[in-house]
Design a binder for this molecule. Structure first.
Ligand SMILES: Cc1cc2nc3c(=O)[nH]c(=O)nc-3n(C[C@H](O)[C@H](O)[C@H](O)COP(=O)(O)OP(=O)(O)OC[C@H]3O[C@@H](n4cnc5c(N)ncnc54)[C@H](O)[C@@H]3O)c2cc1C
Length: 398
């Protein structure tokens, strides 16, 4: 009989996991608190370690027309635009790793994932308030008093995870002292800049600015990060003004101001992460994605790692009987922990590297970055990784 899997949270991680688990023969249901499935109006980069999995789930053709396939990642200096590093993506990455590097509007990606779910898998407006292990399974309880039973439960409920809190206690995420403005500019307003189809990252003192095309090239997505000691608001998002964003980047390259000038609205995010968790699972309950390894976005890997989690989890559960569920979850955790912890650490490291003030350390960084051109060998462990292949020793990202 198929294992009955309850997934709490229908974001990119939960939805991709549902596809992987369905493919592995499980009977899956996702319970999402929101009334309608949605994602923030912003872009996302999805690297080959994740697109490889999405292609295996049969989503390649649906994703292609919505994706932008960047030619390269370029790092530039904040004031004069000098190119500090160029790393090939596009065809070079596809040849090397057998899968594309894509840029998406988040809403497009989530729609493709959820449209591919079998009918009835996704239940919306179901806010999970508690999870418990029963004598022979698990139970999730919802705000409206209803409950559902299954053989195992996966908390894919994001950085403020309820499932994680129930399993491991209430520990607040860490504010990184980094805040991001995010937004989308209609591409036709920026035609005069002749922007290449790259992921461009401008690095400067106390901040960085990333931009790339999304929605098949119709919009330019930007993420503008700066350091800020406090975040005093209750909410972790806020409607920031475009003028505030422009003031923050006073003195930065005119291209950054042209992009900000083409934006109608921006919103502001406080960036949080957590230290790697010691344990992800308890009995028949486990976690995936931001619920267990939220990371700063400076490796562009949070969603990719959530997608990898789902693939490994499904591979560990394939063909497993009800009595072996807890052991399969242990195996999943052992396989995933070192890699995600190392990427969490690397993302933290980039918060320092990307924001160095001009001086000796910045010059050292620029020299080191300038040495790497073409297809970066350091990416092999990240992009070449196959999360469905279980017969390997647990390893980090590099
Ligand atoms: C500025 C920024 C840029 C980023 N850029 C990239 C990038 O380029 N590439 C990349 O790979 N990653 C990127 N990330 C990271 C990425 O967005 C996240 O890692 C990813 O979205 C996590 O997915 P998730 O499904 O684990 O969690 P979430 O997306 O947070 O989804 C959790 C879901 O659970 C639901 N939920 C929560 N609580 C409950 C409950 N109690 N009951 C039911 N449902 C519940 C929520 O409504 C939500 O739908 C970026 C992040 C930021 C902030």
């Amino acid at each position: 009989m198929s294992l009955k899997v309850i997934i709490v949270g229908g974001g990119i991680g939960g939805t991709a996991a549902a596809l992987a688990l369905t493919r592995a023969g499980c009977d899956v249901r996702i319970f999402e608190q929101a009334q309608i499935k949605s994602e923030v109006g912003a872009g996302i980069q999805i690297s080959p370690n994740a697109t490889r999995l999405l292609q295996r789930y049969g989503l390649g053709e649906a994703l292609k027309p919505l994706a932008v396939r960047p030619q390269a990642i370029e790092a530039r200096r904040w004031d004069n635009g000098a190119i500090l590093m160029r790393e090939e993506l596009g065809a070079a990455v596809e040849t090397a790793y057998g899968a594309p590097y894509y840029h998406f509007h988040r809403g497009d990606l989530l729609s493709v994932l959820s449209d591919a779910l079998p009918r009835g898998v996704l239940q919306t407006a179901q806010c999970c308030v508690s999870v418990t292990e029963t004598d022979d399974g698990v139970r999730a309880q919802f705000e409206d008093g209803s409950f559902v039973d299954g053989d195992l439960l996966v908390g894919a409920d994001g950085i403020h995870s309820t499932v994680r809190r129930v399993l491991f206690g209430d520990e607040r995420p860490r504010f990184s002292a980094n805040v991001a403005y995010r937004g989308l500019a209609p591409a036709e307003r920026l035609n005069h800049l002749g922007l290449p189809h790259n992921a461009t990252i401008w690095m400067g003192p106390g901040g960085h600015f990333v931009h790339y095309f999304v929605s098949g090239g119709r919009y330019v997505n930007f993420v503008a990060v700066h350091e800020q000691a406090n975040w005093e608001r209750e909410s972790w998002t806020d409607r920031g003004t475009v003028d505030d964003a422009r003031r923050r980047y006073a003195g930065w390259h005119p291209q950054i101001h042209a992009i900000l000038g083409a934006v109608d609205e921006t919103f502001k995010w406080a960036l949080f992460d957590r230290a790697p968790l010691e344990k992800w699972s308890a009995g028949r309950i486990t976690l995936l994605g931001d619920a267990c390894h939220p990371m700063l976005p400076y490796m562009a890997q949070g969603a990719a790692q959530a997608i990898e989690d789902g693939a490994t989890l499904a591979a560990c559960l394939a063909g497993v009987s009800r009595s072996d569920v807890a052991a399969a979850l242990q195996r999943y955790e052992i396989l995933r922990k070192p890699r995600t912890a190392s990427i969490q650490g690397a993302a933290r490291g980039n918060a320092i590297t990307f924001h160095l003030p001009d001086g000796p350390e910045q010059r050292e960084r620029d020299t080191a970055m300038g040495a790497s051109t073409g297809l970066s060998p350091s990416r092999a462990a990240l992009f070449g990784f196959d999360a469905e292949a279980l017969d390997r020793p647990p390893s980090g990202a590099s």
